[in-house]
Design a protein around this ligand. Structure first.
Ligand SMILES: C[S@@+](CC[C@H](N)C(=O)[O-])C[C@H]1O[C@@H](n2cnc3c(N)ncnc32)[C@H](O)[C@@H]1O
Length: 455
């Protein structure tokens, strides 16, 4: 019987039969092809055997970063740079991870170190430009991107980076031209389109941003994120609150960098909520059942746990909840829409907190009804929202071009009593900064009244 060709072909060795060098080549091949589940165990075995192997540390670090564990990535790639300080690639990778973690100064140092070793790297010059933009050093950022383009005139990353630098510097028409040039070289992927539109919004070019979203929505009509941002830019009929799919998509994508990003923006909402509790409540003695609505990564947890007999959190984003779980402070975490969560738990809590989450709601009536239902007599609701600028604030609330809702003071003053709450505090606050501007908000304290007025 003739032997079939297939049988006679030499079988491909399994990873455990490869030499370490072959295994490394195989892992990198799978890694590049996006087959992370296959590449990772090989890197892990190699690292166990050779914990000081520079290439393994470097590649495995990049993979960790791509899988969302950026802190592990920093540790591994930093070790690679310590073992081989003359290797420019590891410095560039380290800079990228640090930049994602918003550790801008360290990222800049890493990219400069890479450039000291490899001054002809258009990629590293571009990365330096992106980093300097974050520091709002726009002239230097532009120079870095343009230098990258002198080295490699068709380097698409440099054109996209230059576009953002120019828009952030207020040179919008030039930025649009640079972006158009980039698009001729390579059509933008989602993150680039999103960054471009957001930069336009921050620069106040709302109609330009709307146009980007319109064209994009025509290509992806079911994408909830684009739909939401287009509604925000068109200032037409906004939904009552951000769609669940929008919230999930955005925050699942944001979970890894959320804490670092918000820290870099001077984010204060959890601390403001905690300050309001300290002013309104007796000393913490673990005496209350507390729900953290839209708990995110759990930044409120450590600040309120002193008052908590039981502390639970709910959020729509599984990615954010995973981060909160790691803190180990919540008795339970629920993947749930917060109004629904409250409706299903009548008279379950003494205190409800919500930091920087109700800015994804316009009308608060359903939330307030549900909160009153879920609180016991005398219970308290403490939350922050963004402030609708007083000047020209005829609307009760509005979806603003950046994609979050803002609320008018007068609306809160009437909505809380109608929802069954005595307004115990309404204070103007700064929630964080964005694009060097303060984001102003309201810190609201409501006490559940015995009787609710009929709606
Ligand atoms: C800006 S983050 C704030 C997180 C946390 N409270 C803090 O201060 O760090 C907003 C969070 O609210 C969640 N969220 C928004 N709308 C929600 C809703 N309707 N139900 C549940 N979670 C929601 C998002 O998934 C996100 O995690």
């Amino acid at each position: 019987m003739p032997v079939s060709k297939r049988r006679s072909a030499k079988p491909k060795p399994r990873p455990q039969e490869l030499t370490p060098e072959q295994a490394m080549v195989q892992a990198i091949e799978w890694h590049r092809a996006g087959l992370f589940d296959r590449a990772e165990p090989i890197y892990a075995v190699l690292l166990q055997r050779w914990p000081e192997h520079v290439d393994v540390l470097n590649h495995y670090g990049v993979l960790k970063h791509q899988r969302g564990d950026s802190l592990a990535a920093v540790t591994m790639i930093t070790r690679a740079t310590e073992l081989a300080p003359e290797a420019p690639g590891a410095w560039n990778n380290l800079g990228n991870v640090l930049l994602r973690l918003q550790r801008v100064d360290e990222a800049e140092r890493a990219f400069r170190q890479c450039l000291a070793l490899q001054p002809g790297s258009a990629e590293a010059w571009t990365n330096l430009g992106r980093t300097l933009r974050r520091r709002r050093a726009f002239a230097e950022a532009e120079a870095a991107c343009r230098h990258a383009l002198e080295l490699a005139p068709n380097f698409v990353d440099a054109w996209y980076a230059l576009a953002l630098v120019l828009i952030s510097a207020g040179r919008v028409p030039e930025g649009i031209v640079a972006n158009a040039k980039a698009m001729t070289l390579l059509p933008p992927h989602r993150r680039r389109r999103d960054s471009f539109a957001r930069a336009l919004v921050l620069a106040g070019e709302i109609e330009q941003a709307a146009q980007v979203y319109r064209e994009w929505l025509a290509e992806e009509p079911d994408n909830p994120v684009i739909r939401h941002h287009l509604a925000a830019c068109e200032r037409g009929d906004a939904p009552e609150r951000a769609a669940d799919a929008y919230v999930e998509t955005v925050f699942d994508g944001f979970a890894d960098s959320f804490d670092a990003k918000l820290a870099s923006l001077g984010y204060r909402a959890p601390q403001l909520v905690a300050d309001a509790l300290a002013a309104a409540l007796p000393a913490p003695q673990r005496q209350l059942d507390i729900a953290d609505l839209g708990c995110g990564t759990g930044l409120c947890g450590p600040l309120v746990q002193g008052w908590a007999r039981r502390l639970v959190g709910c959020d729509l984003s599984a990615g954010m909840l995973d981060k909160a779980r790691v803190r180990g402070l919540y008795d339970d975490l629920y993947k749930a829409e917060l109004v629904q969560f409250l409706v299903e738990r009548p008279a379950a809590f003494d205190l409800l907190i919500s930091a920087d989450t109700l800015c994804y709601f316009g009308d608060l009536a359903a939330m307030l009804d549900a909160a009153a239902n879920s609180l016991r007599a005398g219970g308290m609701l403490v939350f922050t929202v963004e402030a609708l600028p007083e000047a020209g604030a005829t609307a009760p609330h509005r979806l603003l071009p950046h994609g979050r809702y803002a609320h008018a003071r007068a609306y809160l003053e009437s909505a809380l009593p109608q929802g069954g709450f005595a307004l115990a505090g309404l204070q103007g606050v700064v929630l964080r900064s964005e694009g060097a501007r303060d984001v102003r908000g309201w810190l609201v304290v409501g006490r559940r009244t015995a009787q609710r007025p009929p709606r």
